[in-house]
Design a protein around this ligand. Sequence first.
Ligand code: SIN
Length: 529
Amino acid sequence: MNAGWEAAADLVVVGSGVAGLTAALDAAELGLRVVVVTKDAVDAGSTRYAQGGIAVVLGDVPGDTVEAHVADTLTAGAGLSDAAAVTEILYDGPAAVARLRARGAVFDSDADGRLARTREGGHSAFRVVPAGGDATGAEVERALLAATTDRRLPLLPGHVAVDALRDERGAVAGLAVLDDAGRPGVLRTPAVLLASGGYGQLYLSTTNPATATGDGLALALRAGAAVADVEFVQFHPTVLYTGPAVGRRPLVTEAVRGEGGLLLDRAGRRFMTGVHPLAELAPRDVVAKAISHTLAATGADCVHLDATAIPDFARRFPTVHAACRAAGIDPGREPIPVTPAAHYACGGVVTDLHGRTSVPGLYAAGEVARTGLHGANRLASNSLLEGLVIGARAARAVAADRNTPRPVAGNCLVPWPAVPLAPRELVQRAMSAAAGIGRDAAGIAAASDRIEAATALGVPAGRAGVEDAALTLLAQAVLAAAGTRTESRGCHVRTDFPERDDRWQRASLELTLDPTGRPVVRTGTAVAA
Ligand code: SIN
């Protein structure tokens, strides 16, 4: 296919959430010509939906330490977090948050004017910094977008990234995109940073916006990069339940439980007390699994979150309050009906701690990447922090790597290959049935067969096609990894292998594409303790 237009940049950032905009701003400050492409509006990604806050130890909470934050993160990660990654990222946190505040982000204060703190599942201290009560992501997105406007950073909304173009050595030489009308274009660049978020849309019910279709992971796989830990799809325990529905569901932040909300079964009984010493504040995988068991045992469609004891709920949690009111529920007076929903991809494109993938010139940061921070289960509110830290580090890596001379790709003929495509809703139904909380070999095999039978080769003609191709590939990858890991660990729950198995301790599953374009699991890679 002939590209309709061409432009050039030192760095093309794909995605305009916390990681992408942080990287873009930092790279511009380092003197790089940066373009940010995003397939939708600039604020349509997952960042603005983050509620709870940023988990960070700033030294002003008596008794809390970065070491304690590291320990909590490793516990949540269930043996698969990389200790070096956890330590480096969390120790970089305070500087990253200071930088964000200098860029204009405003966080909540308590009555004495100190930064407010809340607590979420798996945290041993009140260390999560909120903004706007429960609108942290919206404030982070606002501040970063305002900073990009101030800097006149070029943003290209309405352009979906299709494939990385590579030179004869396999290094990135550009990015092929399609605009909203399906017109192709090429951005010539030696560096592409994927910051395109996760793949919650692989499931029928998710907290993620419509943009979360895993395009960045699929692009990276097609470019030859490895992905890892993709079987660890985190389900948020509490989204507002308003009846069976498809698509993004309103989140009920874990901070509601952090500040006293109690989970009740259909008989009005607390069920978390016998499950974990931290009860409602157990790590997220434990709570989501307990809710699933309770739903299965009672035949109910939802459990309830009683937040009626939280003073002034509407002021403290304005986003949750508004969503409840829109559904006719008054959380100050009655329990909130909740269920789990797909929320966060703990795995992603394998990177080092500077966003570098195994493909020269291809970088990744944020939810699309797998740095080793999250392991088998992400600790709540660690992700905005990771986006800030790795976004900044990736900008510096791109600037440093730029000194390596690269041959300029000569022709502008973009390959635009045919790729496997399955109908989106069929994929979502198959994944929700077989790869949610509770998986087994028979279900995984049946889902694979169903998707396979519905898959045909096609050339994506626009955004929807690129997204469908990504979801098809991601479904194959998640099913392959979930079928291989014959144990239960973190957010990967196998009903036919319900226990943790030490043989899988510290083994992270990496996948790459085989010559036919199918994701295959490579030998488990050891994770540093
Ligand atoms: C929440 O506020 O419960 C979600 C925050 C997160 O996923 O880190």
